[in-house]
Write a protein that binds this ligand. Sequence first.
Ligand code: HEM
Length: 483
Amino acid sequence: GKAESRPKYPRSLPSLPIIGSLLHLGGNPQLHLLFHSLQKKYGSLYSLKMGSHYMVVVSHYRHAKEVLKKGNTFAGRPHTVTTDMLTRDGKDIAFASYSPLWKFQRKQVHAALSVFRKGTLALEKIIYREAASLCETLRTSQDTFLDIAPEFSRAITNVMCSLCFSSCYKREDPDFEATLQYSQGIVDTVGQESLVDIFPCLQVFPNKDLALLKRCVEVRDRLLQKQFKEHKEALGSDSANDLMDALLRAQLNLENNNSRLAQPLELTDDHLLMTVADIFGAGVETTSTGLKWAVLYLLHYPEVQRKIQEELDQKIGFERHPQLSDRQQLPYLEATISEVLRIRPISPLLIPHVALTDASIGEYTIPKGAQVIINIWSLHHDEKEWDKPEEFNPGRFLDERGNRLYSPSPSYLPFGAGIRVCLGERLAKMELFLFLAWILQRFTLEALPGQSLPSLEGKFGVVLQVQPFKVKARLRAAWRDGV
Ligand code: HEM
């Protein structure tokens, strides 16, 4: 007989023309939770229509790894109104589709980050400087309950300013305040599935968010242009001092060597600027959000905080500050960071991927152009992979004797994987480790007494945001006499 196999598509949510499955989504703003719960009815791989976009939702790690590791098959990105506005139509890295130029941009940033890990810029030292300054702020306000979020944003923003522009801001600097403000504005408006992104035609209507985003982008561009001009004028023959220098050099090299390339690449000024802006944007909100989640969980689980402090006291003591080389010696702190990134993945749906050709996931056919959403939330809360997934338990990331970091399940991808894997994974882990180690060596974090603890529920957006909360950082006994 004819065994002609018909393509088998993922099960699809019922949909109506134009509005697609939106009615079914019921306006739930917590998209990661909604997608997670739809598995019960539709299985771990299902499809839906967002407006006119065909979208596949992946909830199991086997499928997720297949998507992420299948070369460039799923390395496309969708165009959206907001990200196009943010990135000058995808001239950055994160929201640009796969292309030789995108590959070149990634490679340059990757190389610069490796160089800066050591060498003159020494990211590690920059983080020490910012951690010291953060601890000083906490010390001077130790008797008050403080919104720690802006302090984290300041510290991380300064790390990224040093990396991108070798500039470091004082608190009162107007450019710095402008930077903090526009970053927040962008996070508030670049929703992954905001209505304008689903219905581009809505753009013609006045839209408060879009106007805010536009203003933020203008401020960002003004500051970026200023840095660009200064860097271009100062570009000497000695080694690159920061990411912007490194990209300016790459641009020059490319211009000189293009005649020898089979397919010439053009890194325009726009591409250069959007790449820097991208690293800045991807680096600040994610990492400070990670720190906020960590602190919030420590408030909810004081015994975890105590255990980290015991480990710090034993392994580091009070005579010196924690260093990157102490990571191996502080497995409980490392495990806590891993557990925070599991239980509250900062980017719960990654960034949408797009199938660049007709493709497959498992036994299912995926048409070219389909958007593929990987629900990291589902991977990290899969009951078959994690014992009591809603329980915060750093111990699950430690071996039996509790002294080595251990990977308990393959269903764990806080930074994604494959050719689109997060470019800043190493830097982010460095920052999370060092900031937390410095803070907890010196301070005990306390929640407002007599009130219920701040909620652990996140708010879905470009990052899984933490609701504002206050915390008191009490100087630990060993530091009170001015050590
Ligand atoms: C992409 C996570 C910090 C730069 C991503 C993705 C995730 C992620 C999940 C999407 C992967 C995908 O689409 O498959 C995180 C987390 C961070 C963090 C959890 C902090 C705890 C950083 C930092 C930088 C950075 C510090 C900058 C140095 C990027 C870039 C991309 C990206 C450029 C886009 C990569 C591409 O599309 O090719 N990150 N990230 N990230 N991240 Fe991070």
